[in-house]
Design a protein around this ligand. Structure first.
Ligand SMILES: Cc1cc2nc3c(=O)[nH]c(=O)nc-3n(C[C@H](O)[C@H](O)[C@H](O)COP(=O)(O)OP(=O)(O)OC[C@H]3O[C@@H](n4cnc5c(N)ncnc54)[C@H](O)[C@@H]3O)c2cc1C
Ligand code: SF4
Length: 559
């Protein structure tokens, strides 16, 4: 069958009340609250959640220490219902690291919002699996393995739903024996819960100009390993964060280390994507970090059992786009509700899912469809999400402007001011600098960086670690990493910036290979862990990440 014939065959369509894209905390919270409201009102309501991972939780990568405020509001009896939220934080430590030493910042000087007592250490992936079960029990249709690939519009230009991608198109663009058309899911409202840098979110943002009037969104790349540690090294309930080494003072980022469950430790490292040196490798900074004398002993006698990476939003309050458009809304990290100094976004993801559900349900009950859910935008503006983000709004710009040491001290003062004078603080809101793709310096002016060789015990090479993400893609499919202009990639990404993609990608997807005296940009798309960093950090915005066939990508377990 020719591609044109295949694509002209009709798609099956489903008419629904609400279509939700993404089974993370935000999307699942929206689904659960919609069904709770429908049950209370004794009315039928059809709700579908599409998830590109092979199962719910397969693409969730987080710390995670959660503030239970969102879960309490969504499922107040989560304990009785057996939510996998078991390890309460009992020890909370914050250090500034030097190459061999450390300085502990006393808890008393930390602004109260930064403290973790009352929070829980979890696997956010497992929590999402449990939320998925709660949603299914309430009658939500959760479809893992289905990637939303296209936004559908009505004649007036309002969003009418989404279509899943066609399956079985080969690498050469021709239909294979596996070919099947995608499906149209049409809804009165579409809730976009794709997390940081969603591919449909990007389309909708451009179409409706959602970023007009707000600051650029800022991002970080979070890398994480899950370890089973020796029992004598395990301190259940310990939460430890660091700033400083191995990053220099002008490069933002830091680490997390959480002890929970049965001898489990989540260890991770976030590098702010406004870094300047194109030779920097976030992955290798993470590996080096584990060798610090404060950190390494935790892993003696243990074994790494999982690896993954994911971008997170860092722009906060001043980077929140317009949340609504005709026919739908953005929720969770698709909207940028991450609180960066707290390294927490799951609570706001859940709260935003709830707020979107309440607005959509009220509109549907009033007989409305495919219009703007102003009530959702108003609820976010007047509610706990905005209060949470307002208190920390200057932290990220201060770090970017003044560096880690001075920026941390100043943002600490600023957060205290915002705690003591809620909603006011010192009265100003700082702007962010350039978008992250524009912050790289030319390689000719940058210092090449050398990293220690992996020892295979504490520090691992990238490809071995990627195998611990259980990443898998159907090999015979068009690449989901699209380089718009190959000549620009060579002349700028390679020649001017020395190929930063070969370093920022946490899965080793990109390589510049020399063959017969010619350079070739090799893309090992099957290794992609869907972190979205290439879509964010390529200096020319020349790489476009689109969804691969549903079910492809990492298969995280317990991350
Ligand atoms: C390293 C790291 C550490 C973190 N630590 C913490 C922490 O300790 N505490 C905390 O509260 N928060 C933490 N966060 C942030 C937290 O993980 C996010 O705020 C939260 O997961 C956002 O939820 P979400 O539902 O908006 O998006 P996500 O959790 O990203 O979920 C989005 C879902 O949508 C799916 N999806 C995306 N696009 C499509 C599509 N087109 N079609 C179908 N499915 C799609 C994805 O596969 C995914 O399952 C951390 C994040 C990172 C990266
Ligand atoms: S190819 Fe892009 S999205 Fe995939 S792992 Fe690498 S940087 Fe992340």
């Amino acid at each position: 069958m020719a591609l044109a014939d295949a694509l002209s065959s009709p798609r099956e369509a489903m008419e629904l009340d609400v279509v939700i894209v993404g089974a993370g905390p935000a999307g699942l919270a929206a689904a659960i609250r919609l069904k709770q409201l429908a049950a209370r009102a004794e009315r039928e309501l059809s709700v579908v959640v599409l998830e590109k991972g092979s199962e719910v939780g397969a693409h969730i990568l987080s710390g995670a220490v959660i503030d239970p405020i969102g879960l309490n509001a969504l499922v107040p009896d989560w304990r009785a219902k057996g939510a996998p939220v078991e390890t309460a934080v009992n020890d909370d430590r914050f250090y500034y690291l030097g190459p061999a030493g450390r300085l502990r910042i006393p808890n008393i000087v930390m602004p109260p919002l930064m403290r973790n007592h009352g929070n829980y250490i979890v696997s956010l992936g497992n929590l999402c699996r449990w939320l998925g079960e709660q949603a299914t029990e309430l009658g939500v249709d959760v479809y893992p393995g289905f990637a939303a690939a296209e936004v559908l519009y009505d004649d007036q230009g309002a969003v009418r739903g989404v279509a899943t991608g066609d399956m079985g198109i080969g690498r050469d663009g021709a239909p294979t024996a596996r070919f099947s058309r995608g499906m149209e899911l049409k809804g009165k409202y579409t809730i976009v819960a794709e997390g940081a840098r969603g591919s449909l979110t990007k389309t909708l943002t451009a179409k409706f100009g959602l970023r007009e009037g707000c600051q650029p969104q800022k991002f970080g790349l979070g890398l994480k390993e899950l370890w089973e540690v020796a029992p004598e090294r395990h301190r259940p309930g310990l939460v430890q964060h660091t700033l400083g080494w191995p990053l220099d003072d002008r490069t933002g980022g830091g680490s997390f280390l959480y002890h929970y469950g049965a001898n489990l430790v989540s260890v991770g490292f976030v590098v702010h994507l406004n870094y300047a040196n194109p030779y920097l490798s976030p992955y290798h900074e993470f590996q080096r970090f584990k060798s610090h004398p404060l950190i390494a002993p935790t892993f003696e006698g243990g074994r790494r059992i999982g690896y993954g990476a994911r971008a997170l939003t860092e722009g906060g309050l001043q980077s929140i786009p317009q949340l609504i458009f005709p026919g739908g809304v953005l929720v969770g990290c698709a909207a940028g509700f991450m609180n960066v100094p707290r390294i927490k976004g799951s609570h706001n993801a859940i709260l935003s899912g709830i707020a979107a559900a309440e607005a959509a349900f009220a509109a549907i009950a009033a007989g409305r469809a495919n219009d703007r859910l102003e009530a959702y935008a108003a609820a976010v503006a007047a509610g706990p999400i905005t209060r949470d983000l307002r208190r920390v709004r200057n932290a990220k710009p201060m770090l970017s402007k003044f560096g880690t040491l001075l920026g941390t001290a100043l943002s600490g003062l600023d957060m205290w001011a915002n705690t003591l004078l809620p909603g006011v603080g010192f009265g100003y809101t700082l702007k962010h600098g350039k978008p992250d793709h524009a912050t790289l310096q030319r390689a000719s002016t940058a210092r090449p960086l050398a990293y220690p060789r992996p020892d295979g015990t504490l520090m691992f090479d990238r490809l071995t670690n990627v195998s611990f993400s259980a990443t898998n893609h159907e090999e015979d499919q068009p690449p989901h990493l699209k380089v718009r202009d190959p000549i620009l990639q060579k002349q700028s990404e390679h020649d001017v910036y020395a190929g930063p993609s070969t370093r920022y990608c946490p899965a080793g997807v990109y390589e510049w290979l020399e063959e017969a005296g010619k350079l070739r940009f090799q893309i090992n798309a099957q290794n992609c862990v869907h972190c979205k960093t290439c879509d964010l950090k390529d200096p020319n915005q020349n790489i476009d990440w689109v969804v691969p066939e549903g079910g492809g990508g990492p298969n995280y377990s317990g991350m």
